[in-house]
Design a protein around this ligand. Structure first.
Ligand SMILES: [Zn+2]
Length: 259
């Protein structure tokens, strides 16, 4: 049985508390929404800590982001949520936060695009990085448009991360996977650089998605992260300078037409 609006309000309050406790937002940052039906979206308001919300703080907006109900003001990032719902009929919840390690990568201009961990390859493929856009304007969402149909999480340049899924807990767990992946990738970098999985292993992981209940989105081939062979082909070698390696990774993605 579908959840009632009251239950969905409680879900947002609960996920907001988790997001705050995990340190993925500071002060009043971040926003969470749930699609109620074809016409209405339940969303967190602006100027309230997502860790300290009450169910009646939430507002309801229409599918263009105009407020329909609620005493608090609408977040300026609601247009990003509306765009995602519009482009992804399978998505019923959107979560935006600033988890510090993944946001650090986004701020350094570094997508989480290497094939490093089996769970990440299976669930997300990889996490692309959309260029910076001014918050509260259409420029925020515009660089994300090519990625929305094919990925369930996007890093936002010099800003944060957005994740989405069939319900608010799915969106939350996807954000958790992104931040956990970023932490592991960061430690691997500190320890001399990650060892990237070869294509044959990545293909096996992508083929196993059905077994794990992960549905392929359109153009699933574009979710393939950068594999070891990609880098070898472009002359990567052990102990190579980080900046040079990052340039090679960029070339791989550009060659696939998705950077
Ligand atoms: Zn933000």
């Amino acid at each position: 049985m579908p959840k009632s609006e009251g239950e969905l309000r409680q879900d947002i309050v609960e996920v907001g508390r988790l997001v705050y406790q995990k340190g993925w937002v500071a002060a009043n940052d971040g926003n969470i929404s749930i699609r109620l039906d074809d016409e209405r979206i339940l969303a967190t308001p602006t100027r309230v800590s997502k860790g300290m919300m009450h169910a009646d703080d939430l507002i309801i907006v229409d599918k263009c982001g105009s407020k329909l109900e609620g005493k608090r003001e609408c977040t300026s990032e609601i247009l990003m949520h509306c765009t995602i719902y519009n482009m992804r009929p399978d998505v019923n919840s959107v979560l935006h936060a600033h988890p510090p390690v993944a946001t650090g990568f986004a701020t350094a201009g570094r997508p989480l695009d290497l094939a490093l961990l089996p769970e990440v390859v299976i669930t997300l493929g990889y996490v692309p990085l959309a260029a910076y856009g001014l918050p509260g304007t259409p420029a925020l969402t515009e660089p994300m448009l090519p990625y929305i149909p094919k990925y369930d999480a996007i890093m936002m340049g010099n800003h944060g991360v957005v994740s989405y899924g069939s319900d608010v807990y799915r969106a939350f767990f996807t954000m958790e996977i992104v931040e956990h992946f970023a932490r592991i990738a960061f430690v691997a970098e500190m320890l001399g650089g990650p060892k990237v999985l070869p294509k044959v292993e990545v293909d096996k992981l992508l083929d196993s998605r059905a077994r794990y209940g992960v549905e392929r989105r359109n153009g699933a081939t574009q979710e393939c992260p950068v594999v070891a062979e990609d880098l070898v082909e472009r002359g990567a070698r052990a102990g190579m300078a980080r900046a040079e390696l990052i340039a090679l990774i960029d070339e791989v993605l550009k060659a696939r037409g998705i950077a």
